[in-house]
Design a protein around this ligand. Structure first.
Ligand SMILES: [Zn+2]
Length: 408
């Protein structure tokens, strides 16, 4: 016999109740209707109605619970997310392009759209462009796929502090004015783009620095997945950065700037860096021009280009490659002494040369960091490449939804 609940919490708007139930199933796995009732505090009628609606939509399915039978001798019926129907959106902004991806909960990237952009252009509308690209990507799956988004992750190319926005905007403004002839900053740099994206799409949005997002991706689904401590180095678009995983978690530091290895000083009184100081790793890699251009490519190549491209088999470029390896290896060997990480993952290497570049870096790190420290650290090439940031975004959204479900 059914008993009426004494205190009905009252009606909760259907979209919110739907989100609460989906987040609870995502965070805690398959559950019975009774368990959902206790966990969410929603009214029995609301749970019943939303559950049936989700089953009808194919978002949730009923499965038999394990082990203990109910009082009537049958296994309990549990509600489980049909993971193919639950989707997470990811926007990855780099220095040259914007990628919108739709990802299933199991990490399958179902759709992806790319566009070349200039993120420093004052007219660049990250929120508007991102929304359109997400809708385009999801429309390739299904007209209603955008409605099944549980959340959205946004990776930005700069240090980002959750709840505050980009760190060091004033310094960036000076750089942008210098590089773009006095133009103002685009809105995504001065206002938190996560807030407006959340309003437009009606889902929670998690924003993170791109190297940090890549580190989370490697830690959850890539080369660092069995490591408690890892340094994930990104060498994309001629820029170098890193994300740190310490004790199994992303380490952001006080301002979200932990791992900004681009601005570690490697040459005393070296070339001027865009940060205003001299001799930073980024400046040395980006401003040291090679005397020998790679055949058929642009004449002005820099050290960072040989590091990520097929420089092997071209003896003339070997000195430059050794130079790049020496500078990056110095910074990483210092990091090894500070942090003693289990794994260093290098992202952005040309697949044809990745293993050899990694072997060179490992030799450099072992030589500089000392036998014990060096031997403790594996240096690996990323298997995920640019997908690491998308998969890191998925992991961040899942963490966010789980925390939200626990708080509700
Ligand atoms: Zn610098």
């Amino acid at each position: 016999m059914e008993h009426e609940r004494a205190a009905d919490p009252g009606p909760v708007p259907a979209p919110r109740a739907t989100r609460i139930i989906r987040a609870a199933l995502l965070a805690h796995g398959p559950q019975s209707r009774a368990q959902l009732l206790t966990r969410t505090g929603l009214a029995r009628s609301t749970v019943a109605r939303v559950a049936q609606s989700l089953i009808d939509q194919g978002v949730v399915r009923e499965i038999s619970g394990p082990g203990a039978a109910s009082s009537r001798g049958r296994p309990p019926v549990l509600l489980a997310l049909n993971t193919a129907a639950d989707l997470v959106g990811c926007l990855v902004l780099s220095h040259r392009d914007l990628r919108a991806a739709i990802v299933a909960l199991d990490g399958t990237i179902l759709a992806s759209v790319d566009a070349s952009v200039d993120p420093l252009d004052s007219t660049f509308d990250l929120v508007g462009r991102g929304e359109v690209m997400l809708r385009t990507a999801s429309a390739t799956l299904d007209e209603t796929a955008i409605e099944n988004l549980l959340g959205l992750a946004l990776a930005v190319p700069g240090p980002y502090r959750p709840g505050v926005g980009l760190v060091g905007v004033q310094e960036l403004a000076a750089q942008v004015r210098g590089a773009h002839g006095g133009r103002e900053l685009p809105p995504w740099m001065t206002q938190d783009p996560g807030t407006e994206l959340a309003r437009r799409l009606g889902v929670p949005v998690v924003v993170e620095n791109d190297a940090n997002m890549a580190a989370i991706g490697e830690h959850t689904a890539g080369a660092a997945s069995d490591a408690r401590s890892a340094v994930v180095v990104t060498v994309f678009d001629g820029l170098v950065g890193a994300g740190l995983i310490l004790n199994g978690k992303l380490f952001r530091g006080a301002l979200g700037m932990a791992g900004e290895i681009a601005h570690v000083s490697v040459v005393e009184n070296g070339p001027l860096c865009r940060c205003g100081r001299r001799g930073c790793l980024a400046a040395v890699l980006a401003t040291t021009e090679l005397s020998t251009p790679i055949d058929g490519e642009e004449p002005s190549l820099h050290l960072v280009d040989v590091f990520s491209r097929a420089a092997f088999g071209r003896p003339a470029l070997l000195p430059a490659l050794l130079d790049a390896t020496r500078h990056i290896g110095k910074v990483l060997s210092d990091l090894c002494i500070w942090l003693n990480p289990e794994t260093i993952v290098i992202q952005g290497l040309d697949a044809q040369v990745a293993d050899r570049v990694v072997a060179m870096l490992e030799t450099e790190i072992h030589a500089r960091a000392g036998h014990l420290v060096g031997q403790a650290t594996r240096v690996l090439a990323s298997r995920l490449g640019e997908d690491a940031r998308v998969l890191g975004g998925l992991a961040l959204v899942r963490q966010h939804l789980a925390a939200q479900a626990d708080a509700d």
